[in-house]
Design a binder for this molecule. Structure first.
Ligand code: SF4
Length: 473
């Protein structure tokens, strides 16, 4: 039995998606739809917590949003406010215990939390709290936030959240729910996106704007880095709770994670991906007959490459969208079986052609190797691989599931060596400078984190985290 998500995908993995709606008669169902649109950000578990103004109600499960929530779930999720989460485990094991939202009862009343990101000093803070007697329910780093809030002597929930977050470092886009308030907060560097909009006069918060499109909500703006937005009976209040620091928007959101129909970090993801492909064609041209994307995420870059190079675009690989969470392998081996579960070549398009294969990342190299072989077996005479970002050389510690440094092929191999390994006729990556430009950066004023390409981490790690990190590098 294979789990395609982890065993087969040679990709970085999305972190989590968060969504919230305040004072809407159909809050739980709206939240469900928001999570449905954010399913690409995490497929291991999902949950919704709602409030009727007196009490919080929770429904969580393992698997996809559509499988977890059925009609009876919405009868349970009473009230006109709700927050929800879809998770791909980045910190803590994958289990229902770690599924979010996390709901607790503490001195501040009932409180629920959804977290997208990863706290780099969670381990250190957790050890301190455990030494002082705290008991944790899960292995998730997010629970640390709730413990710090519960212990705060501040009189209001907003002040307690601020005090808790001031002790933490790393990436967090958060939505809290109390019995009568919804509170959104984004870390001072703004690693992960968090968008704010309106639906029928009710405020909505979500990781990406594609969630707003599905429910017909209008996008107003992003929650600013270091900002807290409070939704209550009194209306909407915005507070800057941290001094301004340099931004570190995750550039991988534009390169790969976010949906191309979303607008995040003030820019269309599709436009960024198109330009990544366009600049790739300028920097890494290839003599070929057709440009073929590795679908789905490589499509926009391949269109940009094709338009710029004048080489015809073709869907030479077709993706199976209905791959389940696990599947049974045949007893007798089938050539290219693992990769064919997800991708199948269109032999008629590829036969006798020189192919430029455009992908958005090359992590371990194992899948690229299989795809190149498969395209050649389908009749391509040459396969030129082009990657719409620079070589990935370092793991992420800000909420993205990445292999260890040792497993990242580009951390220890030259482009020539990788090309040989994947058995391509040529291999070309986009430069770091052009990646930043494609995603909207003005030279010398970068707003992005690109540590997985450079190894230069914008937020430092405490000593205890370094011990944990050393096992991953
Ligand atoms: S290290 Fe890479 S994946 Fe992680 S936040 Fe930075 S750019 Fe994003």
């Amino acid at each position: 039995m294979i789990t395609p998500g982890k065993a087969m995908d040679d990709k970085f993995h999305d972190e989590c998606g968060v969504f919230g709606v305040f004072k809407h008669a159909d809050a739980a169902r709206i939240n469900y739809l928001g999570l449905y649109a954010l399913q690409h950000r995490g497929q291991e578990s999902a949950g919704i917590v709602s409030s009727d103004g007196h009490q919080l109600f929770v429904e969580k499960g393992m698997g996809h949003v559509a499988d977890i929530f059925q009609e009876p779930s919405f009868e349970k999720l009473k009230g006109d406010m709700a927050i929800g989460h879809t998770r791909y485990s980045t910190a803590g094991e994958s289990s229902l215990q770690n599924a979010q939202p996390i709901k607790v009862a503490c001195s501040k009343g009932e409180l629920a939390l959804c977290h997208n990101g990863n706290l780099v000093n969670a381990l250190e803070v957790r050890q301190r709290l455990e030494n002082e007697g705290s008991i944790f329910q899960s292995t998730s780093d997010s629970e640390v936030i709730l413990h710090l809030i519960a212990r705060s002597q501040k009189s209001t929930i907003e002040e307690a959240i601020q005090e808790a977050l001031s002790q933490l470092a790393g990436a967090y886009s958060l939505i809290f729910l109390t019995k009568d308030k919804m509170i959104a907060v984004r870390d001072p560097r703004g690693f992960r996106p968090l968008c704010f909009g309106w639906l029928d006069g009710s405020p909505v918060i979500g990781s990406e704007t594609c969630a707003f499109d599905l429910i017909d909500a209008t996008f107003e703006r992003e929650v600013e880095p270091g900002e807290m937005v409070i939704f209550s009976e009194q209306g909407v209040e915005c507070r800057k709770i941290f001094p301004a620091v340099e931004h570190s928007y995750c550039i991988f959101e534009h390169v790969y994670f976010s949906r191309p129909d979303s607008e995040i970090f003030g820019r269309s993801v599709y436009q960024s991906r198109y330009l990544l492909g366009k600049y790739l064609a300028q920097e890494q041209p290839a003599g070929a007959d057709i440009v073929v994307p590795v679908p789905d995420s490589g499509v926009a870059a391949a269109i940009g490459f094709s338009k710029e190079s004048g080489i015809q675009f073709e869907f030479g690989l077709i993706r199976n969208h209905y791959v389940g969470r696990t599947f049974i392998e045949p007893k007798q081996s089938i050539r290219h079986f693992g990769v064919r579960i997800k991708l199948n070549p269109v032999a008629d398009l590829l036969r006798g052609k020189r192919v430029v294969l455009v992908d958005d990342s090359l992590v371990r190299g194992t899948t690229s190797r299989k795809i190149v072989k498969m395209v050649r077996a389908a009749g391509a005479t040459e396969v030129h691989v082009r990657i719409s970002c620079p070589p990935t050389v370092s793991p992420c510690f800000y909420g993205v599931d990445t292999p260890t440094k040792r497993e990242l092929i580009a951390s220890s191999h030259s482009v020539e060596e990788i090309c040989k390994y994947i058995e391509a006729d040529s291999l070309g990556y986009l430069s770091h400078k052009s990646m930043l430009r494609a995603c909207g950066d003005i030279e010398g004023q970068s707003h992005f984190c690109s540590a997985c390409y450079t190894g230069k981490y914008p937020v430092e790690f405490p000593e205890s985290t370094l011990v944990e990190i050393s096992s991953r590098v």
